[in-house]
Design a protein around this ligand. Structure first.
Ligand SMILES: [Zn+2]
Length: 546
């Protein structure tokens, strides 16, 4: 008996030793095989993406010409998903109850890597590209004054090239492509998380237009927010004949705004809060029975955002009591403060150094300097670097901010608090523009945007090849995610199970402008570029005399 047990034990130990060595040998074989192969494949994708300038130009120009606002990205989503389907991706449309949202998948098994970017535009930002003066394509219409026309073309280009190599070399893994719908309304990503669309995703590379090739990790220093609309209801009356019989909903809105503006004195300097009156009544001689106000309340932490949110609801209820009106509120959007993954950022940055900035020509630089003059661009950026034309020196890899006075928000943070995520910024725009402005659209359908997209697509493609062949990037990413990023801070969404996505937003505006914008949709069968279609001589520094 004893001898038998002893033999069995020896056999077990022998087996374990065998498994151990086989594992080591396989791992070593994979690494040696991979390092040389991967660098070869990277060279190959970089070269083939260099040859995709025309495809990049066509996709970027096309989405630019659609000029669609958040939740109304109908043409944009139809166009992009059709390209993905043609390239073998399976598309699930209407995710999270958002008609313009979708998720495209290709591949098999792990790792599952998601690639995303925003697709919506800015109100009243319609602007001709390639000209250094204000000239809308359609007066007062929306436009790509944030450059969201370029990010999905970028990731689609990378995914298609990487897919070719994965198919040829039998590399296991799944690619997921998804749009940031209504980013300007921070209206979709927390809903995707709530509805578990990212449950089986191992990592996410997001891209956002910028004016350099860069990536960062850790606390990004920006604010999270809630976007909430308060709707008041009173009763109408003749404003002159019987004003004492009216209960003005507009009074409630104005008192709410006054109360909040007093509140500012007692808020932290990191907060940002702003509002627009979305309904102020119809005409002065009718006491407004309905009125509404829409707030963005931003802060650096979940707790501080929550406090502002609770106070705003309290104020709304209080002014409703004061004015004898009723109030209801709806959460229209939300975002967490940004925090991005270290391991993936390092992998991305290594490829940024290999790829480098695009080669700008004299025309690109001429337009950039003319636009900087036009918008009265600051002489230096926030890091003290001189702004003069397009970027010619690569950004460094930036870590967590030490201190921040707060700022904008992006709901990519809600993805990043749930799985390892980074945001690659790529140089498709001109440094020093004001943001959310018509002037931010000038470069976005020109060679500047096209070159920036191609350089960004090379970085994404090279990083994907790294991540599909070196499991340590994703395991280190989860280690950072679990043991650093979410060690003390736990994600809690402001989105409740009952909150619908705010898909009604922007519908009226798009219904009004789409027929006019349609006349200017890019037609690549007739014109080499959108600039050519619009009759623009690039760069057009001065307005042509009529
Ligand atoms: Zn953006």
């Amino acid at each position: 008996m004893h001898l038998k047990k002893y033999t069995m034990l020896l056999q077990k130990i022998f087996c374990l030793i065998c498994i151990f060595f086989v594992t080591i040998v396989t791992a070593q074989k994979n690494t040696t095989k991979n390092t040389s192969n991967v660098s070869q494949w990277k060279k190959e994708v970089i070269k083939s993406l260099d040859e995709k300038q025309k495809t990049a130009q066509e996709m970027v120009d096309m989405v630019f010409s659609f000029s669609e606002l958040g939740f109304q990205e109908i043409e944009t989503s139809a166009y992009l998903t059709q390209i993905l389907e043609k390239n073998g991706f399976t598309v699930e449309r209407g995710i999270s109850g958002i008609p313009t949202a979708w998720m495209a998948k290709w591949g098999n098994g792990k790792p599952v890597i998601a690639l995303g970017s925003d697709i919506d535009g800015i109100p009243k930002a319609s602007q001709k590209p390639g000209v250094a003066y204000k000239e809308p394509i359609v007066e007062d219409a929306p436009g790509h004054g944030e450059g969201h026309n370029s990010g999905l073309p970028l990731v689609i280009l990378s995914a298609i090239e990487v897919k070719k190599i994965m198919e040829r070399e039998g590399i296991t893994g799944t690619l997921v492509i998804w749009p940031g719908v209504a980013e300007e309304l921070v209206g979709s990503k927390a809903w995707y998380i709530r509805d578990a669309y990212f449950k089986n995703v191992d990592a996410c590379i997001f891209t956002h237009v910028g004016s350099n090739l860069g990536v960062s990790w850790g606390d990004a220093g920006n604010n999270g927010l809630v976007s909430v609309e308060f709707k008041f209801e009173g009763s109408s009356a003749h404003s002159a004949g019987a004003p004492w019989r009216g209960k003005s909903a507009l009074d409630a809105v104005e008192l709410m705004d006054i109360a909040w503006n007093f509140k500012r004195e007692h808020l932290k300097p990191t907060q940002r809060s702003h509002y627009v009156i979305t309904d102020g009544g119809d005409q002065p001689n009718v006491v407004p029975s309905k009125a509404s106000v829409w707030y963005y309340l931003r802060e650096r932490t979940y707790e501080d955002i929550k406090n502002m949110y609770d106070d705003a609801v309290l104020y709304a209820n209080s002014v409703a009591t004061m004015t004898g009106t009723k109030v209801s509120h709806q959460l229209l959007g939300t975002a967490w403060p940004g925090h991005f993954n270290k391991s993936i950022a390092e992998a991305v940055y290594a490829n940024i150094k290999t790829v480098g900035l695009p080669t700008w020509d004299a025309a690109d630089q001429q337009l950039a300097r003319a636009v900087q003059k036009l918008v009265n661009a600051p002489k230096k950026n926030q890091r003290g670097e001189i702004i003069d034309g397009l970027a010619t020196k690569l950004d460094t890899l930036n870590g967590p901010v030490e201190f921040s006075m707060g700022g904008g928000s992006d709901d990519i943070a809600d993805i990043a608090w749930n799985l390892p995520t980074v945001v690659l910024r790529y140089p498709s725009n001109i440094p020093g523009t004001p943001g959310h402005n018509w002037a931010d659209g000038i470069a976005m359908a020109t060679p500047i945007a096209h070159k920036g997209v191609v350089s960004g697509s090379k970085v994404v493609a090279a990083t994907l090849l790294d991540m599909f062949t070196d499991a340590s990037i994703i395991s280190n990413a989860w280690d950072y995610h679990k043991n650093v990023q979410t060690k003390d801070i736990k994600y809690r969404s402001f989105v409740e199970p009952t909150n619908p996505p705010a898909i009604h937003l922007n519908k009226k505006i798009m219904d009004q402008f789409r027929p006019q914008l349609k006349k200017y949709y890019y037609d690549p069968s007739k014109y080499k570029t959108y600039l050519e279609q619009l009759g623009i001589q690039y760069p057009q520094i001065e307005k042509k005399a009529n």
